[in-house]
Design a binder for this molecule. Structure first.
Ligand code: TEU
Length: 542
């Protein structure tokens, strides 16, 4: 166990409410993660990252935190958490917790105090309160939009407005306030002392805002994504502000107080050139590479993103990360099974007229993507259920949706519930082994076929593919070298060398190609003689 374990780690993301339930309320809990820890051990992962489990009114699935030092009673207690850390560490699995520093819940005592104390009070200084525009202050201080739709400002009864980049139930903190900074340094120490090995930092680039008057407006990008937003607003008033770096320098000093030093992975939807400046020996260690999610199964897009991220990371002394799914995006089995160019959100919303996913092709590509993400140098983040090849549950009816993005966006997005459906552990049962009762989101009737029980021991299953890949990659993962193969890497076929004698090949095209010399150690689908079929990846040893 070296201090730099995170450089080539496989990290497994648990969304606790949907992982495993032990107390029979249909909601997953911390004890459920402990009970199922051997699933992670058998998978061979190096660390588990827990999405928020803190006390929360659940306006945003727990990313609205009311107490940063506790466990939500629905999910257990601090002693359950300590037991989980002990069980994980016993098996050599490290623990990463989610830190949500951009905002609190509206139920957080600080916000309650700010509401009660009124305009001009010290309590309001911890948040971003402003008077409105217009004669009676009836217009918000700026036209900034929330990421979940609607204005980023809400008005309180005394007439002032407060900023929330996400839901109104998630007021943004004022990171220029020394008390806010001191509190979070202390929260990092609190969890570090409880034995956590690292932190995932939610919306890491948005903490600082340019609030100089008059507030600058954001150039809106209609139908664009986070990357377009940054491109259209190079000097964005609330994303990737230069002042943000000072926060992470303070945090890095806190991480270094512990032995071994704690690590941090940044969640920031930024292009690689804007991300790398956060990854320094005196700031954060790694960052999610979300560009990898937008490659759309296109070999040239993968080449560009792989080069930019490996090159960028190595120029700042760190490693790249690889992500094909998380709790915010459509499951890759569904996304990769859509006709080329289909917008996943539009697909979710289209209901009865939904363009058909080709489930076979989607699964086939997702399995090849697994060998790609696990074959690349650096660390790989796997989201619960990805190792089972779970599809998106696209037919949840609006009544069942919990994610706030559905209502907030005025129906422009269906939200993120379809990738948060409880995990199937067993072939049968009221929720396929998730709980003694049906889970908080309904599971499809065929969910048992995807269960851990159904896939364990089946050499053709996606679960066994992930288990073998995670074990096999240990043979080359510590050697960070990477090189495109000058002869084989071309057209639809990605081909790169790892370590002294490993070759990773991914055929993103439809046509089979000849396989080069070498022992096939792992293949994402059955091979046809010495050819690599379309939508298939292999790991060769030469
Ligand atoms: O996500 C931050 C973020 O920017 C993405 O949420 C993305 O813009 C959004 O999913 C589009 O719908 C993090 C968490 O991962 C997410 O679950 C939280 O909702 C969000 O922060 C607020 O805390």
């Amino acid at each position: 166990m070296t201090d730099a374990w995170w450089r080539n780690a496989v990290v497994y993301q648990v969304y606790p409410r949907s992982f495993a339930d032990t107390d029979g309320d249909g909601v997953g809990d911390i004890a459920g993660v402990t009970r199922r820890i051997d699933h992670l051990w058998a998978l061979g992962v190096d660390a588990v990252w827990l999405s928020p489990f803190y006390p929360s009114p659940l306006a945003d699935g727990g990313y609205d935190v009311a107490d940063f030092r506790g466990v939500d009673p629905l999910l257990g207690s601090l002693s359950d958490f300590d037991a989980l850390v002990a069980a994980a560490h016993e098996r050599g699995i490290r623990v990463i917790v989610d830190i949500v520093p951009n905002h609190t819940s509206e139920r957080h005592p600080w916000f309650q105090e700010a509401l009660a104390a009124g305009p001009g009070s010290a309590a309001r200084e911890r948040y971003i309160f402003r008077d409105g525009r217009g004669e009676n202050g009836e217009r918000p201080p700026s036209d900034w939009r929330s990421a979940f739709g609607g204005p980023a400002w809400s008005r309180v009864p005394d007439g002032q407005w407060y900023l929330h980049l996400f839901a109104p139930e998630q007021p943004d903190l004022n990171w220029k306030h020394p008390g806010v900074r001191a509190e979070f340094a202390d929260i990092l120490r609190f969890w570090s002392r409880r034995g956590v090995d690292g932190f995932r930092i939610d919306v890491a680039d948005a903490l600082m805002k340019d609030l100089s008057e008059p507030l600058r407006e954001v150039v809106a990008v209609s139908g664009g994504d986070d990357f377009d937003d940054i491109a259209a607003n190079p000097d964005h008033p609330f994303r990737d502000r230069p002042e943000t770096h000072g926060i992470y320098r303070e945090w890095r000093a806190v991480f270094e107080e512990f032995d071994p030093p704690r690590m941090a992975v940044a969640e920031a939807w930024l292009p690689s050139e804007r991300l790398m400046p956060y990854l320094r020996s005196d700031e954060l260690h790694v960052a999610f590479n979300f560009e990898f999610l937008s490659c759309g199964w296109d070999a040239d897009a993968y080449r560009r993103v792989i080069d930019a991220n490996i090159g960028g990371a190595s120029s700042v002394g760190t490693v790249a990360t690889w992500v094909i799914s998380n709790h915010d995006v459509v499951r890759p089995v569904s996304a990769l099974g859509l006709p080329a160019g289909t917008d996943t959100n539009a697909w979710l919303l289209s209901g009865g007229t939904r363009p058909p996913v080709d489930p076979e092709r989607g699964l086939r590509r997702a399995r090849a993507a697994a060998l790609l993400e696990l074959g690349l140098p650096g660390s790989t983040y796997i989201y619960q259920g990805e190792e089972l090849g779970l599809p998106e549950v696209a037919d949840l009816v609006p009544d069942m949706l919990h994610d706030p993005t559905w209502q907030r966006s005025g129906g422009e997005t269906k939200g993120r519930d379809g990738c948060r459906v409880p995990i199937p552990w067993e072939r049968a049962g009221p929720s396929f082994g998730f709980s003694a009762v049906p889970g908080w989101l309904p599971q499809p009737s065929d969910w048992g076929e995807w269960s851990v029980q159904a896939q364990s021991g089946d050499p053709d299953s996606t679960l066994e593919l992930y288990r073998r890949a995670i074990r096999t990659r240990r043979a080359f993962a510590a050697d960070e070298s990477f090189a495109w193969d000058p002869d084989l890497d071309k057209g639809d076929v990605l081909a790169f060398r790892r370590g002294a004698d490993w070759l990773v090949l991914v055929n993103t095209g439809p046509a089979p190609v000849p396989l080069p010399e070498g022992e096939v150690v792992l293949a994402s689908a059955a091979l046809e003689g010495r050819t690599l079929p379309g939508d298939t990846a292999v790991w060769l040893r030469r």
